[in-house]
Design a protein around this ligand. Sequence first.
Ligand code: MEV
Length: 328
Amino acid sequence: MTDWQNKYVSQDMVRASNCGYGHAHSKIILMGEHAVVYDYPAIAIPFTSVQVRVKVQANQIGRDFIQSSIYTGPLTTVPKQMENIQALVNLTRDSFQFDRKALLIKIDSDIPAGRGMGSSAAVSVALVRAICDYFNYSISDYQLHLLVNQAEAIAHESTSGLDTLITASDKPVIYRKSQKPFNFPLDLNAYLVLADSGMEGRTQQAVSRVLQLKLQQKEFVAELMESIGNFVEQAYTAIQDKNPAELGRLMTYNHYYLNQLGVSNERLDRIINASWMAGALGAKLTGGGMGGCVITLAENLNQAKAIAKAMKQAGAHKTWTLNLNKFA
Ligand code: MEV
């Protein structure tokens, strides 16, 4: 065991109870995805009405078993897209020296996978919480982030840690990899519409596309990221100044730059364009891109409804509307 594990684990704490429960929620990256992987700032908000719940109990048939909408079967034979989950179960047990009794793990998620809504991080957060709850172990946020980021590195190769942080917390955050996350209250007279393009995004591929571009065109990518970092800082000021029009403008600029990084596509651009035409203050992709979701900022509820309708006509499968007034 490492020092930090030793510090927190006591044998009393690892006696199992009948069932363990964990939950986590979806997230929305408002500004700064991709650049955040390279230590530029990003802003993210929790989306708590879309959740994942995990239940853990002893499995009488003597081996670890998983039940989920993607796969039901032994933990040892999960499909590739769930290898992070398999690794995380073992890592959590080993880290805290929980006993090796067989577990039945039930994952019940409302978060669509591959939509930039933080599904993989949220499932991991809920899973670790459920395992720790089952063994009556009170895990700290720091320990949770360390474990989940290791699983995220398996899912996406390279991760900023932002998805882990925000799917486990109910506070908006401005985040930079090398610095302490800073939570802030969000209270804007505006509505955010999140639209699912219906197309699966591939965060891992998107992150590696940006890396390839960075290797080929170092200065160009450095300039783009520097600009995105500046937009994020200005967006944070716009939020403090309660200025939705300025935030919208910056979101749109952020999208142009993400487009130049090669992580948007025709479908996302079509939906974003429809929202601009319907009067949005600003719009951009959110999360990894190459599919997934877009977000758009509306002045009021009527405009948000008109924008949601326009985005559906442009191909969006589903929309959610969030009131940012006293949001958190
Ligand atoms: C994915 O939700 C956000 C990215 O910036 C990757 C990361 O931050 O780990 C694309």
